[in-house]
Write a protein that binds this ligand. Sequence first.
Ligand code: URA
Length: 433
Amino acid sequence: MRMYDIIQKKRDGGALSAAEIEWFIDGYVKGKIPDYQAAALCMAIYFKGMNLEETTALTFAVRDSGERLDFSEIHGLRVDKHSTGGVGDKTSLVVTPIVASLGVKVAKMSGRGLGHTGGTIDKLEAIPGFCTDLPVDKFKEIVNEVGIAIVGQNASLAPADKLLYALRDVTATVDSLPLIVSSIMGKKLAADDDCIVLDVKTGSGSFMKTPQKSKELAEWMVEIGKRAGKRMRALITDMDRPLGYAIGNSLEVVEAVETLKGQGPEDLTELCVALASHILELAEKGNYAECERMVRKAIEDRTALDTFAKMVEAQGGDKEWILHPELFPKAKFKHTVRAKTKGYVVSVDTESYGVASLLLGAGRNTKEDVIDMAAGIYLQAKTGDFVNEGDPIAILYSEKEERFAAAEAKLLEATKIGENKPKEEPLVLDIVE
Ligand code: URA
């Protein structure tokens, strides 16, 4: 086979065979295919797409490009939850201890922040001592003992995705449906879970900006997961506004803990309860209404919070910070952003909110950047709220005062204030089984 022929076939709109796709992935991971040819193929896929068969073959090739994990030593049904990425999305920190406290096992591999979106691993590393890089045996031992462990994706898992993602990131080919599907599901399927619930975000803060595109993404991921023998479900959820009020690593851990105590923001609580209930239903713990009751009780009686604290301790973190989140240090500087005019917050460009948080130091602009764990944004007004001129719309936190001007400008530009109260949109827009 020749890479030239494969690129040409896709450029001209042809469908690649499974053998061609596997040959490409194998050659790319082994360093036999150069980045410029892989980039050309990604761009051809971006413009010409891939059908479901090609996307399945690409996903399985990504999955098989490295180590496949074996969780058979973990007793009980194993579940995973994955978000396609959003702003202020700390749902994994809330949902996974809830379901673990209710008897399903969570052996979770999570990612770091990507572009304007945050990542669970960065958030957990805001807890002092928390280790996100455990040996596999220790990881399985904690899952068996506590019910849950969360670690970063180890380097040997789906290495094709690591290479391809870095390439897509710099060649404007991230937001391609077959490439996103194969990237996410390739990684998920390399782990050994029985059930996967996907939180597919839609709107201005997500990679897929319209509900139609997000639904298509969800349908393909669910179908490919089923083809790999997994129990699958996807929720299409709103990312036209940040989730909760906190954006930034330690701010989000604190908000997640408040939510586990039953004192979290309404939207975040609603989505976490829905995701946890769907996971439990998929794991056959009861019908949806029964699962929802169990979830609310686990929050009320603090068993979910207790499970989270136990996981933190087992992974080397200081659980006192979970039981007393006021211990998280505050950023050195804070700055209030005020409304320039009065009216309703009609809409926000959520991606820009994520970028503003990056500008404050909460994420990375280059792979080498060190995250400022206390940096971020605490919103004071969200879509639908009324503000007077001069009212606070957000508080910015950073270790470096000079970062405020750019973040404030980004935030103000992204916040549309108008006369009419916008219609309230549901948080869960659709469910794909
Ligand atoms: N998250 C991933 O892991 N991959 C993508 O392509 C997009 C979001």
